[in-house]
Design a protein around this ligand. Structure first.
Ligand code: NAP
Length: 266
């Protein structure tokens, strides 16, 4: 894997809480996942930490990401939130720390200089932003000493994010695709189902392989059961043809699923 690269398949954990979450994380690491995505908001960091500790995979092999919620984006809020996250996650550092949304107490100067402090003292390896537009990333870059490493945005066959992807490729920013299965909706699409049938794969694998065929895109599907977790990482072995990819590209329906009115910058 090239230096600075994110593992190709990540595990999403939103709405996976309690002991089940620890099991999912442990199962995912056993199945070969090396990127785990959580957030302060998800109320599961302690379970993620237990799952990571239970697995045999060395900490340094895993890209562990968490996010600071919008009510804690002042300097003190960022430092306190991250100290709590690290304690819950049972680790000394996270690989990516995200600004969860560019709203609430977010201030480019104050928030990003607190993120810089955390990078400087080794508690965070990379600065991430989530739900940012290119203009907001440009602003963030002017206020951050360290590079903006990732933007995590909703991306799936109903929201292909072509413009964002071009911007990220041009500016050397990893694009982490959240809700890559459109929270289950993409699995019902006729075009996705037809490609799945042709390839002897599942609809989830087709969505993920379509995302992976895009340069610089790193999906983080949520999977709770062993069945879903193993099926989803199986997408790494599925190679779609130009015809398959074209059929997904031609889906005309557009749908954004996550857009809280008080936070969404679009
Ligand atoms: N930064 C942000 O603001 C933000 C916003 C939303 C999401 N995220 C991140 O992105 C992750 C993924 O997004 P998401 O959870 O919204 O949605 P998603 O990954 O698109 O879809 C998850 C849903 O699909 C089901 N599923 C998973 N694998 C499947 C399979 N192989 N076959 C059939 N169904 C399958 C899951 O069921 P089971 O749970 O039963 O496996 C769950 O109901 C989140 O967990 C979170 O880490 C970030």
């Amino acid at each position: 894997m090239p230096a600075g690269e994110i593992p190709p398949m990540g595990l999403g954990t939103w709405q996976n809480t309690g002991p089940r979450c620890a099991d999912s994380v442990e199962t995912a690491l056993e199945a070969g996942y090396r990127h785990i995505d959580t957030a302060q908001l998800y109320d599961n960091e302690a379970q993620v930490g237990i799952g990571m500790e239970r697995s045999e995979v060395p900490r340094e092999e895993v890209t562990l990401a968490t996010k600071v919620w919008v009510d804690r984006l002042t300097r003190n809020g960022v430092l306190e939130s991250t100290a709590e996250s690290l304690k819950n996650l049972r680790t000394d550092y996270v690989d990516i720390l995200y600004v969860h949304w560019p709203g609430g107490t977010y201030s480019p100067e104050e928030t990003l200089s607190a993120f810089d402090e955390l990078v400087d003292d080794g508690r965070v390896r990379h600065v991430g932003v989530s739900n940012f537009t290119p203009a907001l990333i440009e602003e963030a870059r002017r206020h951050s000493q360290h590079p903006i490493y990732t933007n995590q945005v909703e991306m799936h066959p109903l929201l292909p994010q072509d413009e964002m992807r071009r911007y990220c490729v041009e500016n050397d920013i990893h694009l982490v695709a959240y809700s890559p299965l459109a929270r289950g909706r993409a699995l019902e699409l006729q075009e996705v189902r037809e490609v799945a049938e042709r390839r002897g794969a599942t609809p989830a694998q087709v969505c993920l392989a379509w995302l992976l065929s895009r340069q610089n895109v790193f999906p983080v599907p949520k999977g709770t059961s062993r069945k879903h977790i193993e099926e989803n990482i199986g997408a790494l072995d599925l190679e779609l043809t130009e015809e398959d990819l074209g059929d997904i590209d031609e889906i005309e329906e557009r749908k954004r699923l996550i857009s809280p009115p008080s936070l969404a910058p679009w």
